[in-house]
Design a binder for this molecule. Structure first.
Ligand code: A3P
Length: 319
């Protein structure tokens, strides 16, 4: 039996949960919500492909309940990713104000009706600020971190934030920031959950120190080799694909289900609105590597190159 089948069919995982649960307050406001051994934490900086990783993790973890292809099963049409935004399937713990109707989120079901083998929880919080008990190696909960090259991360963030600023529902209603202004902020480390380099380095260093605890992946790698990276994430989470699954094309099915083109064109992601605030389509813009070339000036490129060389120097992390 493959690791994956063992994991997904492990009916003892709940008792393991009950007996052994580590009480962890995910953040101070979340009293009553605890991380447990089987939790999978999805960590990113905003605009690094969070929604993509959420979709992939959900599809991987829940594949025994929800097959990812119509050719392999009729149940495909009930796949939650076809009708629910990945943002809702894998909630953030960071944005209490965005969940006024449900302050105590029920992470145990990840918005579906079956008992998920593990809870999927998303965060943008930098590694050093995570609750201690998530970080300790004695807790089996794992973290998958997805980072994106700084140029694309910045461009995507700038474009997105200017849309968000204009939204009355978010009470921002601020004038848009010029690219020059936004760039200066980025380089000064002034951004939500930033600075960029501290965020990526925090998870990078931890992934080297504790490779069983933190998996560090790059948006660019996922784009280049979706199948290999999907397998890597699955193996890391203890849900590796069996050879039978591989022969049946399950890895490709999951990659296709979660591909930009597929997710972007689903009705929920095209026409839905996320919690009455922002349209889901804003999270599916271009989904490309290197789109920054259409925005950054030569001076900005040089400045960012120099800054990253300085900040990442000696870490082994390169883009
Ligand atoms: P762009 O603005 O460059 O298009 P986040 O989810 O962290 O907010 O990241 C959003 C970015 O990821 C956007 O980048 C979005 O288009 C891209 N994205 C969303 N879904 C994707 C997918 N399935 N594959 C690749 N990129 C995706």
């Amino acid at each position: 039996m493959s690791t994956s089948t063992q994991h997904t069919n492990d009916t003892n995982s709940n008792s393991r949960h009950d007996n052994d649960e580590i009480s962890v307050h995910l953040c101070e406001d979340n009293v009553g919500r605890h991380a447990s051994h089987t939790d999978l934490i999805i960590a990113t900086l905003p605009k690094s492909g969070t929604i993509w990783l959420k979709a992939l993790a959900f599809a991987i973890i829940n594949r025994s309940h929800y097959p990812s292809s119509s050719s392999s099963s009729e149940n495909y049409h009930q796949h939650p990713l076809l009708t629910i935004s990945p943002r809702d399937l894998v909630p953030f713990v960071d944005f209490k104000q965005l969940y006024p109707d449900n302050r105590l989120l029920d992470f145990t079901k990840n918005s579906t009706n079956h008992d998920s083998p593990c809870r999927l929880i998303a965060t943008h919080v930098p590694y050093p600020s995570l609750p201690e008990s998530i970080k300790i190696t004695a807790t089996n909960c794992k973290i998958v971190y997805l980072c994106r090259n700084p140029q694309d991360n910045f461009s995507s963030l700038w474009l997105f934030m200017n849309k968000a600023r204009a939204m009355p529902m978010l009470n921002n209603n601020n004038a848009s920031l010029s690219m020059d202004e936004a760039f200066d902020y980025f380089c000064d480390g002034v951004q939500e959950f930033g600075p960029y380099w501290d965020h990526v380095l925090g998870y990078w260093k931890e992934s080297i120190k504790n490779p069983d605890k933190v998996l560090f992946d790059k948006y660019e790698n996922l784009k280049k080799e979706p199948k290999t990276q999907t397998k890597r994430i699955a193996e890391f989470t203890g849900c590796g694909f069996s050879s039978e699954e591989e022969n049946q094309g399950v890895v490709e099915d999951i990659s296709s289900l979660c591909s930009f083109e597929n997710l972007k064109n689903l009705d929920v992601n095209k026409n839905g609105t996320w919690r009455g605030t922002i349209q889901n389509k804003e999270f599916f813009r271009k989904g490309e590597v290197g789109d920054w070339k259409n925005y950054l000036t030569p001076i900005m490129i040089k400045t960012l190159d120099g800054l990253m060389k300085e900040k990442l120097h000696g870490s082994g992390l390169v883009f």
